[in-house]
Design a protein. Structure first.
Length: 161
């Protein structure tokens, strides 16, 4: 799969395929926003999605040589019985660079990659209490789908949690 490299002169943002040198900044940005620093998780994510394999996308947004956001997604076929579709499962923008269209540019770019691969739907999941993320996806035109997440606590009764 070819590397992505899109420049937008209006906000001086480049959206491009991530490379290994971006990882330390991605780890720091995620740590700052989520409050948990998880280097092994991001190294594994980069190994799985950053290798320019067909259908897998790990993109960063860069402004004046600083990584200000990232998005990860892939095409999944017959997941939960759905026909092949794009899934976005990680999206973050630096708090200092928000509301300037960075996430929109990354989302548009990944959707274009999905389209070019022949899929006609994009899916994501988010915490229903995360109003910022919900507002962003709603602004892109995303709406509630037909599937719902189910979960169950696996802790044995009486065991320490
Ligand atoms: C959600 C997020 C990615 C949006 O990034 P962004 O670059 O600021 O988004 P954009 O500038 O492209 O916003 C596009 C539209 O989304 C909506 N939007 C974005 N942020 C919003 C907010 N805080 N409140 C309301 N609407 C918002 C607006 O409609 C906006 O369009 P407008 O600026 O014309 O009003 C960013 O706020 C973020 O990283 N939040 C934290 C993400 C997170 O919790 N990650 C961990 C779990 S994955």
């Amino acid at each position: 799969m070819a590397k992505i490299n899109e420049f937008n002169a209006e906000n001086d943002i480049t959206v491009r395929s991530a490379d290994g040198g971006d990882l330390s900044r991605i780890i720091a940005l995620d740590g700052q926003i989520s409050g948990i620093t998880k280097p092994e998780y991001w190294q594994e994510s980069f190994r799985r999605f950053g290798g320019l394999q067909d259908g897998r996308h790990f993109l960063v947004a860069e402004k004046k040589s600083l990584i200000v956001g990232f998005i990860i997604g892939e095409i999944r076929a017959w997941e939960f019985g759905s026909p092949p579709g794009g899934w976005v499962f990680s999206l973050t923008v630096d708090p200092d660079t928000r509301l300037c269209g960075v996430a929109t540019m990354m989302f548009d770019t990944i959707c274009q990659c999905f389209r070019q691969a022949g899929v006609n739907k994009v899916h994501t999941m988010t915490d229903r209490d995360n109003i910022t993320v919900m507002s962003f996806f709603r602004a892109q035109g995303m709406m509630a789908g037909s599937t719902i997440p189910l979960e169950m606590d696996l802790t044995e009764p009486g065991s320490p949690s």
